[in-house]
Design a protein around this ligand. Structure first.
Ligand SMILES: Cc1cc2nc3c(=O)[nH]c(=O)nc-3n(C[C@H](O)[C@H](O)[C@H](O)COP(=O)(O)OP(=O)(O)OC[C@H]3O[C@@H](n4cnc5c(N)ncnc54)[C@H](O)[C@@H]3O)c2cc1C
Ligand code: FES
Length: 282
């Protein structure tokens, strides 16, 4: 008698799109659920900063961060359309099937950061992986000291997760700072790169006992790291996520390797100290 087929680590689980929300140009948020409630339950163990492999039938698979916090009920991906597979996802509508495997990667060790100040610095769609940690930290507000959010985009039209931004701005116990590189006549806020927010009157970034989360385009990352290290941040207290081409997502194919590190398994979350040791040129 044939033995039951063991779980295949590459086999994605069937999922269904619940609704699609336009976020900014070329970026949509896809709310979804697994067809099998057991898969839904199993996936709920994900941690902020982890990712999943998203499968589009006949198109392929790609890695996507998990922007929801495990403290929220909904599962969703926020994805920029850049090529064929993300394009196939963008063609989906409510009720359409696709598939997901994961969660994968290390995630941010939020429990280790208890008792510390948390400073979130995001640029553009770099807010996607950080959204999970921010929502998680605010849900466990009493476990952390100061929480500061610095977020910037090129234009006001490219600010993501507007509903969340408004909530965070009004949240007690959060210092929230927004900027755009180029304003428009309706924009009344700060104009300048994200780092310009650190120099605003009244802004005081805590350095001692602080973890700085930095996610954004490489140019923003380089400048923000320079600002933070000048302030006195140790490399080990700056954390980010690395993006690499991935195939398997589970440490088998080697596509994501940087030196000895597998970004899919050892990351995607790394401290700046680790990133420097990897010799990674961001
Ligand atoms: C851990 C991880 C998490 C990610 N999370 C998200 C997310 O939440 N939302 C999101 O929109 N995207 C995310 N990405 C990027 C996403 O995986 C790629 O955009 C996707 O694989 C592109 O597939 P495609 O077939 O549509 O495009 P392709 O045809 O493969 O590529 C189109 C263009 O995008 C570039 N590109 C493709 N993949 C990457 C990559 N990994 N890094 C930089 N450039 C790339 C290519 O060079 C090419 O110019 C993540 C990537 C990783 C590794
Ligand atoms: S993606 Fe295959 S080893 Fe990391």
């Amino acid at each position: 008698m044939a033995s039951p087929t063991p779980d295949n680590i590459y086999q994605p689980k069937l999922a269904v799109v619940d609704r699609v929300v336009d976020d900014i140009a070329e970026v949509k948020t896809f709310y979804w659920h697994f067809e099998d409630p057991a898969d839904q339950q199993a996936f709920k163990r994900f941690r902020p900063g982890q990712f999943a492999q998203v499968s589009l039938f006949g198109a392929g698979e790609f890695p996507a961060s998990l922007p929801p916090s495990p403290t929220e009920d909904d599962f969703f991906f926020t994805v920029r359309k850049v090529g064929s597979v993300t394009g196939a996802l963008h063609a989906l509508q409510a009720g359409d099937p696709f598939a997901v495997r994961g969660p994968y990667g290390n995630g941010f060790p939020m429990a280790e950061y208890q008792g510390k100040n948390l400073v979130f610095v995001a640029g553009g769609i770099g807010l996607i992986p950080l959204r999970s940690c921010i929502v998680y930290a605010l849900k466990h507000r009493d476990q952390y000291r100061k929480i500061q959010i610095y977020y910037g985009s090129k234009t006001p039209q490219e600010l993501m997760y507007l509903t969340n931004l408004r909530q965070w701005e009004q949240s007690a116990g959060v210092e929230f700072n927004l900027t755009v590189d180029r304003g428009d006549p309706d924009w009344k806020g700060n104009v300048g790169v994200v780092g310009s927010l650190f120099k605003k009157p009244g802004v005081q970034v805590p350095v001692a006992d602080t973890i700085a989360f930095v996610c954004g385009p490489p140019i923003m990352f380089r400048f923000v790291i320079k600002d933070l290290t000048t302030m006195g941040f140790a490399d080990r207290n700056i954390v980010s996520t690395l993006e690499r081409y991935m195939k398997c997502g589970v440490g088998k194919c080697g596509h994501c390797c940087i030196g000895v590190a597998y970004v899919c398994m050892d990351g995607p979350v790394f401290t700046f100290e680790q990133i420097k040791k990897l010799g990674e040129d961001i």
